[in-house]
Design a protein around this ligand. Structure first.
Ligand code: ZN
Ligand code: ZN
Length: 354
């Protein structure tokens, strides 16, 4: 298996971001990620998927979209990856968008489902409210910008978090994690995604130009680490298919690389169907052996069917035999500045009885 880093949910000058496609790709090359996905608000530019190159490295820039209904209450932002065409015309019919995307193997993700606004900056909350919808691909359990907002409720914390952006990140959103487990327990196969919500906010205050969250900083901070069966071959079209298929199937984990690199994390299950990876389902038989392997020692939790099945306070690698059907997923935590931070979140492996 090949592991690549994919950073989704970024805004360009075509909506409320301040970077062009070219600048965002350059920031991705600086950060060393493999793929960046642009999702501008209610605008999809077709035909701009492309590789960008610099100093012997390459990055694949893909275009998606973030849709909301401007005529409705704030919130319900839906990310589209791999859209077949512009869907903003259906902004008031979320389920119709999801159905149309599913028909074309597109990916739909509920963006920043739980967030608070920042009243002193007049920044609103854009949470997800429409839980009647079905068949979406995933939920953004971790949105870098939302967690900044959630942790910056007063002027002091806002200034601290602006000047030390890495330190305000505590991990995935607790309410989103809870909702994700609830959806998984109800039998729905929903994948967890991380989004930067990158904008590179710029504002002139007097003579001072305030810049918040450079793209390359975000690309080094929080990523989706995607497992591919073959290495990227440099052809934008076929590489896009491979990456989108893996994202649609949940073959990835979320890594807060700002704390320490999460590259090399592995979670697999040895089953009657062979060895399977996150996002896969397999026949359980009498038992299966899960194997967790982390890039460094950390606190590690194995979660199954909404409950913490096992917690290890300090491990790097461990096998564990399980006998019950259901979903299994892993969370890893690292201490940083005297606080335990959510570091890695795997998508589930689903084990079922024949
Ligand atoms: Zn949004
Ligand atoms: Zn956004």
């Amino acid at each position: 298996m090949e592991e690549i880093t994919v950073n989704i949910h970024n805004h360009s000058t075509l909506s409320d971001g301040t970077g062009s496609y070219h600048e965002i790709a350059q920031a991705g090359l600086t950060a060393g990620i493999d793929c960046v996905v642009i999702t501008d608000h209610n605008v999809y530019v077709q035909g701009k998927d492309a590789y960008y190159y610099r100093d012997g490295r390459k990055i694949l820039l893909l275009i998606g979209e973030e849709i909301h209904n401007p005529g409705a209450q704030p919130g319900n932002h839906l990310l589209l990856l791999n859209p077949p065409k512009e869907m903003a015309g259906l902004a008031d019919q979320t389920q119709a968008i999801i159905d149309a995307m599913n028909a074309e193997r597109g990916i739909t993700i509920l963006a920043h489902p739980y967030e608070n606004g920042i009243p002193i900056l007049k920044m609103e909350a854009y949470s997800w409210h429409n839980w009647a919808i079905q068949d979406f691909t995933g939920i953004e359990i971790y949105n870098f910008m939302s967690e900044f907002k959630n942790n910056s409720r007063n002027l002091i914390s806002l200034l601290q978090n602006y000047f030390r952006p890495k330190e305000n990140q505590l991990g995935a959103n607790e309410s989103a994690l809870k909702k994700w487990d609830e959806l998984l327990c109800s039998g729905r196969k929903v994948h967890a995604f991380a989004g930067s919500d990158g904008h590179r906010f710029m504002k002139k205050i007097g003579f001072y130009q305030v810049v918040a969250f450079e793209y390359d900083f975000l690309f080094r901070s929080l990523n989706n680490h995607v497992f591919l069966s073959a290495a990227l071959n440099g052809d934008a079209e076929s590489d896009k298919v491979q990456i989108m298929t893996a994202l649609r199937d949940g073959n990835f984990f979320i890594g807060l690389d700002a704390l320490a690199s999460t590259k090399g994390f592995r979670f697999t299950a040895s089953t009657e169907d062979g060895i399977v990876w996150p996002g896969s389902q397999a026949l359980l038989g009498k038992s299966a052996t899960l194997q967790i392997s982390c890039p460094q020692k950390c606190l590690c939790r194995l979660i199954s069917n909404g409950k913490v099945l096992k917690q290890w306070d300090e491990i790097q690698s461990i096998p564990i035999t399980v006998t019950a059907p259901g979903y299994y997923r892993v969370e890893c935590y690292l201490p940083f500045r005297n606080k335990l931070r959510g570091w890695i979140y795997s998508n589930p492996i689903y084990l079922y009885r024949g």
